[in-house]
Design a protein around this ligand. Sequence first.
Ligand code: GDP
Ligand code: MG
Length: 466
Amino acid sequence: MTKRSTRPLTLAVVGHTNTGKTSLLRTLTRDATFGEVAPTAATTRQVEGAALAVDGRTVVELFDTPGMEDAGAVFDALEATGPGRHDGPDRVRALLDDSEARRRFDQECRVLEQLLASDAALFVVDAREPVLGKYQDELAVLALCARPILPVLNFVGAPGRATANRADEWREALARVNLHAIAEFDTVAFTLEAEAGLWKKLATLLDDRAGGLEALVDERRERAAWQHAAALRSVAELLVDAAGAQHKVPIDDPPAARNGRDLLKKRIEAREQRCVDELLALYRFDDAIYLAVKLPLDDGRWTASPFDPALLADSARHSGTGAGAGAAAGAALDLAVGGMSLGAATVTGALIGGGLGAAWIPGRNLLDKARGTLRLQADDPALLQLAGRQLALIAALEQRGHASTSPVEAGLAELEESRIAALRGLLARARIRPGDSMLNNADADQRGSRARRIDQLLDMLSGRDE
Ligand SMILES: Nc1nc2c(ncn2[C@@H]2O[C@H](COP(=O)(O)OP(=O)(O)O)[C@@H](O)[C@H]2O)c(=O)[nH]1
Ligand SMILES: [Mg+2]
């Protein structure tokens, strides 16, 4: 039996400046704040490490290194130490021991030192670049360290979202220097499969490490499944709270009624933001440094309200709620206020549209004549809007590498018609239970009907209700 090593596998992340070495570490560690990433040259000057653990045990240690900038000159210096006289690593050590060379090749020496101290290297390539001589010089220098090297082709996009690149040219050039196991992994357009592929390729080069790397792949998969379930639960909780949320407004006072409607909107918007915050934290995109560079969700906030009329019209179209939110809510109100005073008609006219019409609640009185109040709740287009954008946000975060610095682009998730029908049914049930919404009732029983409502929505959102 081969002896399985239990000490962490140490990997030097090497390559030319700006190929995405630091970005690779960010994405593999799910840490958007690791090191410094910039489109300018030589942002990483020191060697910095990060650990990947499974069940509290470090499996892989990654070391970020400065870019090799003048590998050609380093190669010449290595030749000058006596070509063929010693084996590769001895020649590299001789160079590292030479104080003059160390001064001249400060950055390169740090890289070589780290590689000699590591079990293997991830050689990060910007696959959009042609295979220039300087990259071949780098490979020649790195090869002298006699460590397994896994080239990682970056800037390739994700399967189905490929960006223009020269991956084929690179594969050919790498094969010429006997590098046949190659990973394609874009640090920005993330997929779990590409990441698993990287670790599996590495395992082929490091036989006695296959067990630990497999455990890492499994852990990543389990974590992703767990995160997905937790994310859907956040959305289900949001929907129960938003559907049940209600606000009573006076029948005969349009300004007061509008004011009440706006308050209800604000409470639901704030509740949606809480869900956004939960999702960002869950997928570890919530760090302050990260938020400073991430924009469309402006600073982690939606730039548009779920009650934005244009968005609502869109979601009404998608969800088959008819010509528009206003029309649907209006029809329900006509039923509810039939035979009411002119005052009620004026108020409802002032309120209808913009996502907080007053959805008619079967079996209950929307209009409380005795108290002179009208109860407002979010209507279907507004709630479907909430669901659609949170689901889109989940999808966007699951395909986002932690090296991304561009805005999160999350539109509205498209739901199948049968899903929408099921969702509307569940929302209608949540709507008639205002006591289950935390927005009305901070003491809502977390294990009673609220929990059942959330579980039903969760089953529906995760497709378990079929
Ligand atoms: N679009 C895209 N940009 C990337 C990718 N990897 C890195 N970048 C960007 O490329 C630049 C250099 O990345 P960095 O990680 O600092 O490179 P390093 O010098 O090798 O550490 C930064 O602006 C990154 O945001 C990628 O896979 N796709
Ligand atoms: Mg760097």
